[in-house]
Design a protein around this ligand. Structure first.
Ligand code: SAH
Length: 380
């Protein structure tokens, strides 16, 4: 049995539901394995979780109860966290969000009658068969597909992997979200296929437009924001670099009965060269700051997008701009937009700050679980 003991005084944050233990907080590691028990320096029991021999995050707490992390644990966890997914106006949502749902290293997304799983740590890899049994039992899914093909797995000494774990997959999968229908490529799409975390923000952004509004959707991916806005009567241009995503975006516009102009271009260059004016510019750039050292480039990207968006906005126009990284706080997002406005000699009002939806739970006891922040800025 693996047993880890913390240095003196390091037990406090674990008791207060912070799930990570860093390597330099460990006094000693006894025994072998990837799943084990965590103890305070005085020998009192703290929790059960997974150990990583290589990562900076040495231990992740699953539960403060002394119990095995088996199929029953995952079944109970799925039941206990289900209420956070009640009333979601979609058949696609996040079923488990890693530490936020007491399943560190696991992400599970539901797409209509199927599930997509992502395994992010070595310890989670070990527990995967138990989770899979629980998922099949609870959801009776048509398929369970694994999308663990991201570079970050290397930090845990894991190779990228993707493949079918259960059932039969007919790709792309058709999902319903609010009154819309979207095709999701779970085999080759980004993340697990769709940006489920923007569900409520797509509805919000589309509430800002009316018949005849002009909308620019930068980093449009498979057309989520574009389709919502077009349905409200806006004339929308969507821009993305990824041709495969644009093919699906065109298909998504068609099946929702709307027309959108989709352009393959670098969003930064497109915006700089564009001479049209808009009522709403949406900018949802990719998560370029996974690590602290990349934070500066994300800050710069936000400034640059805002700086070039302002001259394209009519008076009273809106910039809906998102950052998808723990590294950049809401304050810093607002600061970058304010700096760009000042550089243009303009003033902005932050009308609304929006975060990830509650099927991607943000635990204040675990600040790292908050990653998505979008600001609705009005040019005054
Ligand atoms: N708003 C989308 C998600 C955006 S994800 C939604 O709601 O579904 C980020 C997108 O940015 C990806 O589709 C990626 O292909 C695209 N991308 C990355 N760098 C880009 C660039 N420089 N110019 C245009 N698109 C880019």
């Amino acid at each position: 049995m693996l047993k880890l003991v913390l240095k003196k005084g390091k037990e406090k944050k674990v008791k207060h539901f912070y799930p990570w233990v860093f390597r330099d907080e460990l006094e000693r590691v006894e025994g072998e394995g990837l799943v084990g028990e965590l103890y305070a320096h005085d020998g009192s029991f703290l929790g059960v979780g997974t150990y990583s021999p290589v990562s900076r995050i040495a231990f992740r707490v699953f539960t403060h109860e002394r119990r095995p992390l088996d199929e029953a644990y995952f079944k109970e966890t799925l039941e206990r966290t289900a209420f956070l997914r009640e009333g979601i106006p979609s058949d696609a949502y996040r079923v488990l969000y890693s530490e936020s749902d007491q399943t560190p290293g696991f992400i599970v997304d539901r797409y209509a009658d199927g599930l997509v799983l992502q395994v992010r740590t070595l310890g989670a890899e070990k527990l995967k068969p138990e989770l899979l049994k629980a998922l099949v039992e609870r959801f009776r899914p048509a398929f369970v597909y694994e999308r663990s093909d991201f570079v970050g797995r290397k930090d845990e000494g894991l190779e990228p992997f993707k493949g079918l774990l259960w059932g039969e997959l007919k790709n792309p999968v058709l999902i319903r979200e609010h009154e819309f229908t979207f095709l999701v490529d779970v085999e080759r799409g980004l993340k697990t296929g769709f940006y489920l975390d923007q569900r409520e923000n797509r509805l919000y952004a589309s509430s800002l437009v009316k018949e005849g509004s002009r909308v620019l959707d930068l980093f449009c991916y498979t057309g989520g924001f574009s389709v919502y806005c077009a349905k409200r009567g806006a004339r929308v241009t969507g821009v993305d670099l990824n041709e495969r995503a644009l093919e699906l975006a065109r298909e998504n516009a068609r099946i929702n009965g709307v027309e959108v102009e989709f352009v393959k271009a670098n969003a930064f260059e497109y915006l700089e060269q564009d001479r049209s004016s808009y009522d709403l510019i949406i900018a949802d750039p990719p998560a370029i700051a996974k690590a602290r050292k990349e934070k500066e480039s994300l800050k710069w990207a936000v400034w640059k997008l805002a700086y070039h968006a302002f001259p394209r906005l009519r008076r009273g126009g809106r910039l809906f701009i998102c950052v998808c990284s723990y590294q950049l706080s809401a304050d810093e997002l607002a600061r970058q937009v304010r700096l760009a406005a000042t550089d243009r000699g303009r003033k902005v009002v932050l009308k609304e700050l929006r975060l990830q939806p509650y099927d991607h739970p943000y635990l204040p006891t675990f600040p790292e679980s908050l990653y998505l922040k979008c600001g609705d800025f009005i040019l005054v």
